[in-house]
Design a protein around this ligand. Structure first.
Ligand code: SAH
Ligand code: SF4
Ligand code: F3S
Length: 482
């Protein structure tokens, strides 16, 4: 350990810190509060933070935790260009997610030159890659703090460590089996919230970096999940989104194993909770038990995000997805039979190594057969360290681009046709926010996750309202009140 680090470890603040969690973090939040107060008094103004989130809903939820800690420490949420502390919660699932971060770091450097006491922290999935951390140390030495996905709960402690130090603080863990409960969070919406039900992933799809940067699968205890949701509901939340990389394998590694379907049934019983969503489902683990629970539930939304990735059984095998085209088609048929008005959405990758035109045609065939309500389409991105990155038959860029545009056209056309199926009906819509385009309108979501714009006032945000779906405009509706 470098001398300075040792000095900090031995300092009074650290010597007095409790060892058990979350008490230790609450202690550091209190210490941060004192330092923030002192600095505010010196400057004669508040201290501002800005937390920028890249990537998936898992990261968005993590950012709410970071923001909760910063607010508890006395920082105020503000704009990036005048923030005293900027945090980038990064994603590395595709190359362009990384490029965005490097691009914005250049901009942050120019801000920091104007405002030298500004502090910059980087965390999230990208920081779990050693070559990234090396690059930042070398080329972006103005960064103050780097930490990863496994020790995010230690944010307050790391912040203090940086405040006490003159150098960049880097703390990256290889993995963890620790789940720290009950730290502060700052929710983006008052009426809906994401809830982690599990962390990590064990699937090792051959193209995917997530298992390497998020570690092995760990499920939270069902009691902790229920307790968190009950608390949220008493705080005004009506909709929850249960989060995990593969929610269908929830609970398998608990001391007392519980299935995802059983967890859903318990959550369903919580009074006051109106809607339950979850993501992501892996087709290989989607059970008949879950389909039955979805069918009989009053609260589980009629939307299932079920990533296909490819329609070719040969490519699926190379991707290590562990289902075939036929399995996927049979599964979606079964789900539609059980819940006829369900929306099915998916993720598709084009240009996986070795993908031929025939393989691509298989993907189009599945799209035409299943008729997805919408699909996220991605160009395959080579991720260092994954098995697919070492495959020799990478597909040329022009071929991938051509397939991608053909795929997009097909997906969009089907999506518009599917979305219009509710035209002229009245549906229950959760009012989510003021419409940013037109005054007097609100934006909300149907159970099927379809967006609706309709007349309403800001007092109605968070309410479930009956709305007449008058006009379908591609992937959303214009509605009126009844
Ligand atoms: N756990 C989820 C997906 C998480 S990543 C699941 O299994 O479905 C979200 C999506 O990013 C994936 O579904 C996949 O379509 C896409 N993705 C992951 N790695 C990728 C890569 N290397 N290149 C392109 N897209 C990728
Ligand atoms: Fe990645 Fe596959 Fe895990 Fe999803 S299930 S996070 S695609 S490895
Ligand atoms: Fe990205 Fe990490 Fe999510 S790599 S997609 S932020 S789990």
């Amino acid at each position: 350990m470098p001398d300075q680090e040792k000095r900090i470890e031995e300092s009074e603040i650290f010597r007095n810190a409790p060892m058990e969690e979350p008490a230790r973090q609450y202690y550091f939040i209190e210490q941060a509060r004192k330092l923030v107060k002192k600095k505010s008094e010196e400057l004669g103004r508040n201290l501002f933070f800005c937390c920028v989130t890249f990537g998936c809903q898992m990261n968005a939820r993590d950012s709410e935790k970071l923001e909760g800690i910063l607010e508890a420490a006395g920082f105020i949420k503000g704009e990036e260009d005048r923030a005293d502390l900027v945090i980038y919660n990064t994603c590395t699932v595709r190359e362009n997610a990384n490029l965005k971060v490097y691009g914005r770091l250049g901009y942050l450097h120019s801000l920091k030159k104007k405002n030298p006491h500004m502090r910059i922290g980087l965390c999230g999935c990208m920081m779990q890659e050693s070559q990234v951390v090396e690059k930042i140390r070398k080329s972006y030495p103005f960064v103050d703090l780097i930490f990863g996905t496994h020790n995010i709960f230690k944010f307050a402690e790391l912040l203090i460590r940086r405040m006490e130090s003159d150098n960049m603080v880097v703390d990256i863990w290889e993995g963890t089996d620790q789940i720290v409960e009950d730290l502060p969070t700052d929710r983006k919406y008052a009426f809906k919230s994401g809830i982690n039900i599990m962390f990590g992933c064990n699937n090792f799809c051959s193209y995917c970096i997530v298992p390497y940067v998020r570690g092995r699968e760990r499920s939270r205890n069902p009691k902790d999940i229920i307790r968190e949701i009950e608390k949220l509901v008493s705080d005004g939340v009506v909709e929850v989104m249960l989060l995990g990389q593969n929610v269908n394998s929830y609970g398998k590694n608990l001391d007392e194993p519980v299935t995802f379907a059983q967890l859903l049934q318990e959550i369903e019983k919580i009074p006051g909770l109106k809607r339950i969503r979850f993501m992501t489902s892996h087709p290989k683990d989607l059970s008949d038990e879950l389909i039955q629970v979805m069918k009989s539930s009053d609260k589980i939304c009629h939307h299932l995000h079920l990533p296909l990735q490819s329609g070719s059984s040969r490519i699926l095998k190379e991707m290590n997805r562990r289902y075939t085209k036929e399995d996927y088609l049979a599964l979606t048929k079964k789900i539609r039979q059980a819940v006829p008005d369900i929306s099915l959405t998916t993720d598709i990758i084009v240009g996986f190594p070795g993908e031929t035109e025939e393989d691509f045609q298989e993907t189009l065939d599945v799209i035409r057969k299943v008729r997805f309500d919408s699909a996220f389409t991605f160009i395959y991105s080579k991720r260092t360290g994954t098995p697919a990155a070492a495959m020799e038959n990478q597909v040329p860029e022009e071929v991938v681009k051509d397939r991608f545009s053909r795929l997009l056209k097909e997906v969009q056309q089907i999506s518009e046709e599917r979305t219009s199926r509710f035209q002229g009906t009245v549906q229950e819509v959760l009012a989510e926010e003021i419409d940013s385009h037109k005054e007097g309108l609100l934006t909300g979501r149907m159970s099927q996750n379809i967006l609706v714009h309709f007349p309403g006032t800001k007092e109605e945000i968070g309410k479930l309202l009956p709305v007449s779906l008058d006009e379908c405009r591609g992937f959303y509706y214009m509605g009126s009140r009844i």
